[in-house]
Design a protein around this ligand. Structure first.
Ligand SMILES: Cc1ncc(C[n+]2csc(CCOP(=O)(O)OP(=O)(O)O)c2C)c(N)n1
Ligand SMILES: CC(=O)[C@@H](O)[C@H](O)COP(=O)(O)O
Ligand SMILES: [Mg+2]
Length: 640
C-alpha cells in the first residue's frame, strides 16, 4: 500500500485557504477528487474517520472559499470530520502520519494550526462555543469576524446543542455573522434517531422535494453561478417546497433564519448559501444534505456505519482487516444470553449500538433496546425511569462519555438506589483518538458516588461473571468497565483473599493490587521482581468499589502496597486503598501506578503505556525502588 500523499496536483499547491479561494470554479471537482483519494489512502493505512470526511469535501471547500479562516472562526462539532479542513489549511502532506504518535491528530489540534479551535471530541459542543465566541467578538467590537459552527445531525441530538440554540436564538446582540451549518447525512454511526431526525429525514426522502431539487439543479445551475440573483431564484422555488415540509419552521419558530435544505455536494450551491448566510449578519442555519462516505462506494454502501471509523482496510476493495474477538464482543454475546434468561433486562445506547456491542441484543430483543441519540444525560435518567418501572437497564457507553452524565448517575440513579448497570467500554488508554477519548476519569469521578459499585474484570471470563453479578444487584447502581481491543488470555486465580482473587502468592514483601486488565502486566512485573529478590503477592479485587476489607489485614503483613490501574491515578482505586488503610490505622505505604494527571497526546496505546510507565519493566523498577526506600526507612526508624 503506497504512502498517503498530497500528490502533484491541485491539493499539493494548497498551503492555506487563500489558495483555495484562488481556484477557478471548474477546478473544484478535481480538487474534491484529490481530497477524497487522500482521505481513502490515509485512513486505509491508519484507520480513522472516513465516512464523515468524505461527506464534507464540497462543504469544506465552500467554507474556506467564503469565510476567512483563521480570522473567521470555523468550528467542527466532535471534530472527527476535520480531515478536509486540515488538507485545505496546509496539512495535506502530513496525512501519512494520521493518528500516529507525533503525527497528525485525527481531530482539530491548536498545536497543529491556527485554523483549529475545538480539540474536544465530545459531541454537541460547537454551538455553545459559537455563542460564546460571537459574544466575545461583539463585546470587543469585532463584528466582522464571522463564527461558523458545523454540526452533524447526530450531534444535534445532544442536549447541549439545544441549550446553545436557545441562547443563540435569543442573542441580544444580533448584528454579527453567526452561521450554523447542519451537516445532515441522516446518520450518527447508525441512522440518527428521534423526532428531530425523522423531521429532517422526511424532507430528505420526500420525492416531491427531490423532484423540485432535481428541476432546480438541471435548469438553474447550468449557468455559472452569479451569486445572489440565481440563488434567490433557486431559494424561492425551494421555499415553496420547504413550506410544505417546514423543517425551517422548527428553527424559524425559535427565531433563527433558515437556509436550505441544499445539496451539500454541489460546491456552487453551498458557496451561494454560505455567502447569503454570511451577509445576513445574524444567526442563521444552513441545512446541508450530504451523504456519509460520498464518492467512495465501499463507504457509501457499507451496511453498518458507512465507514464511520474503520480500521485498516484495502482501499481497492474496502475490505477491512478482520478485528480479533474483543472485550466488546464478549460483552455483547453475554448480553444476548442475559436477555434470554431475564426479560427485565433492557439496554440503552447513546447513538453507538454497534461500537458498544449491543447490535445482537437489539436484533434478538428489538423491544428492549433504546437508542437515545448522542444524549448520555438522557440515557442515564431514562434508565432511572426504566428502573423505577421495574426493569433492570444496562446503559452502554464509552468510558469517556460517561463524564457527560455524572450528575444523572449521582442524583437520578444513585440517590434513589436504583438497579441500573452502566458498562464502560474503551476504558483506560485508548490512544489514537486523542486526549478526550481516553477512558481515564471514570474510576476517579465514580469514587464519590454513595452506594455505587464498580467492577473491573481482568479477562473475558471475569467480564461474564462480573456482568452477571452486576445485573443481580437490585438496590444500587453498578458499573462494569473494560478496555478497547482483544480480551486477552484467561488469568485464573490461585486462591482467594476475602472476595478478591489471588493471582500469585508470595512472601510478604509487596502486595500488588491489580485493577482489571492490568493483572497481566502485574504478573509479569512480579516475575521480574523475583529476579530482584523481591517477592510479590498479586491480588485482583474484581470489585474495586466498595473495596474488600480483607485488603486491610493483607496489606498490614507487607512492606508496601502497589496499586496498578489503567485510569488517571488521582482519586481512583489507589487513593481508595490508601484511604482504607489510613482509616484502619494501617501504616503501610501505598504506591499508585496509573495515568498521570495530564491530557495524553494521541498515539497508539502500547506507546502511551510505555511513556507513562505502565509496562512490566517500569513497574518492576519503580516497585524495587519503593521497597528499597521503605526498607531503608524502617532500618533508620525501627519503631515505625
Ligand atoms: C458525547 C459523545 N458521545 C458519543 C460520541 C461518539 N461519536 C463520535 S462521532 C459520532 C456520530 C456523530 O454523528 P454526526 O454528528 O451526525 O456526524 P457525522 O459522523 O454524521 O458526520 C458519535 C456518536 C461522541 N463523540 N461524543
Ligand atoms: C465513537 C467515537 O468517537 C469514534 O468515532 C471514535 O473514533 C472511537 O472509535 P472506536 O470505536 O474505534 O474506539
Ligand atoms: Mg450525521
Amino acid at each position: 500500500m503506497s504512502e498517503p500523499s498530497a500528490g502533484e496536483g491541485l491539493l499539493a499547491s494548497i498551503k492555506g485557504p487563500r489558495d483555495v479561494k484562488r481556484l477557478r470554479v471548474e477546478e473544484l471537482p478535481a480538487l474534491a477528487a484529490e481530497i477524497r483519494d487522500l482521505c481513502v489512502a490515509a485512513v486505509a493505512k491508519s484507520g480513522g474517520h472516513l465516512g464523515p470526511n468524505l461527506g464534507v469535501v464540497e462543504l469544506t471547500i465552500a467554507l474556506h472559499r467564503i469565510f476567512d479562516s483563521p480570522r473567521d472562526r470555523i468550528l467542527w462539532d466532535t471534530g472527527h470530520q476535520a480531515y478536509v479542513h486540515k488538507m485545505l489549511t496546509g496539512r495535506a502532506s502530513d496525512f501519512a502520519t494520521l493518528r500516529q504518535g507525533g503525527g497528525l491528530s485525527g481531530y482539530p489540534s491548536q498545536a497543529e494550526s491556527e485554523h483549529d479551535i475545538i480539540e474536544n471530541s465530545h459531541a454537541s459542543t460547537a454551538l455553545s462555543y459559537a455563542d460564546g465566541l460571537a459574544n466575545a467578538y461583539a463585546l470587543r467590537g469585532e463584528r466582522d469576524r464571522a463564527v461558523v459552527a458545523v454540526i452533524g445531525d447526530g450531534a444535534l441530538t445532544g442536549g447541549m446543542a439545544w441549550e446553545a440554540l436557545n441562547n443563540i436564538a435569543g442573542r441580544k446582540d444580533q448584528d454579527h455573522p453567526l452561521v450554523i451549518v447542519v451537516n445532515d447525512n441522516g446518520r450518527s454511526y447508525s441512522p440518527t434517531i428521534g423526532g428531530l431526525a425523522s423531521h429532517l429525514s422526511a424532507l430528505r426522502t420526500n420525492q416531491r422535494y427531490e423532484d423540485v431539487l432535481g428541476f432546480v439543479k438541471d435548469n438553474l445551475t447550468k449557468v455559472p453561478l452569479v451569486g445572489p440573483p440565481v440563488y434567490d431564484t433557486l431559494h424561492g422555488i425551494k421555499k415553496g417546497v420547504k413550506d410544505i415540509f417546514a423543517p425551517q419552521a422548527m428553527f424559524e419558530d425559535l427565531g433563527l433564519k433558515y437556509i436550505g435544505p441544499i445539496d451539500g455536494h454541489d460546491t456552487a450551491i453551498v458557496e451561494a448559501a454560505l455567502a447569503k448566510a454570511k451577509a445576513f449578519r445574524r444567526p442563521v442555519i444552513v441545512h446541508v444534505i450530504t451523504t456519509k462516505g460520498h464518492g467512495y462506494s465501499p463507504a457509501e454502501n457499507h451496511d453498518e456505519d458507512c465507514f464511520h471509523s474503520p480500521g485498516v482496510f484495502d482501499p481497492a476493495t474496502g475490505q477491512e482487516v478482520p478485528k480479533p474477538y474483543s472485550w466488546t464482543n464478549v460483552f455483547g454475546d453475554e448480553m444476548v444470553k442475559l436477555g434470554k434468561e431475564r426479560d427485565d433486562i433492557v439496554a440503552i445506547t447513546a447513538a453507538m449500538l454497534h461500537p458498544v456491542g449491543l447490535a445482537d441484543f437489539a436484533e434478538s430483543y428489538p423491544d428492549r433496546i433504546y437508542d437515545v441519540g448522542i444524549a448520555e444525560q438522557h440515557a442515564l435518567t431514562s434508565a432511572a425511569g426504566l428502573a423505577l418501572g421495574g426493569l433492570h437497564p444496562v446503559v452502554s457507553l464509552y468510558a469517556t462519555f460517561l463524564n457527560r452524565a455524572f450528575d444523572q448517575l449521582l442524583m437520578d440513579v444513585a440517590l434513589h438506589r436504583l438497579p441500573v448497570t452502566v458498562t464502560l467500554d474503551r476504558s483506560g488508554v485508548t490512544g489514537d483518538d486523542g486526549p478526550s477519548h481516553n477512558g481515564m476519569w471514570d474510576l476517579s469521578i465514580l469514587q464519590v458516588i454513595p452506594g455505587l459499585r464498580i467492577a473491573v474484570p481482568r479477562d473475558a471470563d471475569r467480564l461474564r461473571e462480573l456482568l452477571r453479578e452486576a445485573v443481580r444487584v437490585d438496590d444500587a447502581p453498578t458499573v462494569v468497565r473494560f478496555p478497547k481491543g482483544p480480551a486477552g488470555a484467561a488469568l485464573e486465580a490461585v486462591g482467594k483473599l476475602g472476595e478478591m482473587d489471588v493471582l500469585r502468592s508470595g512472601e510478604p514483601d509487596v502486595l500488588i493490587v491489580a485493577v482489571g486488565p492490568m493483572a497481566a502486566v502485574c504478573l509479569e512485573a512480579a516475575a521480574l521482581l523475583d529476579a530482584q529478590g523481591i517477592s510479590a503477592t498479586v491480588v485482583d479485587p474484581r470489585w474495586v468499589k466498595p473495596l474488600d476489607e480483607a485488603l486491610v489485614l493483607a496489606a498490614a503483613a507487607h512492606k508496601l502496597v502497589a496499586v496498578v490501574e489503567d485510569n488517571g491515578r488521582v482519586g481512583a482505586v489507589g487513593d481508595a486503598v490508601a484511604r482504607l488503610l489510613r482509616d484502619a490505622d494501617v501504616d503501610i505505604p501505598v504506591r499508585t501506578y496509573g495515568i498521570p494527571q495530564r491530557f495524553l497526546d494521541h498515539a497508539k496505546r502500547p506507546k502511551i503505556l510505555s511513556e507513562i510507565g505502565l509496562t512490566p519493566q517500569d513497574l518492576a523498577r519503580n516497585i524495587t525502588e519503593a521497597v528499597a526506600k521503605r526498607t531503608a526507612m524502617l532500618e533508620n526508624h525501627p519503631a515505625r
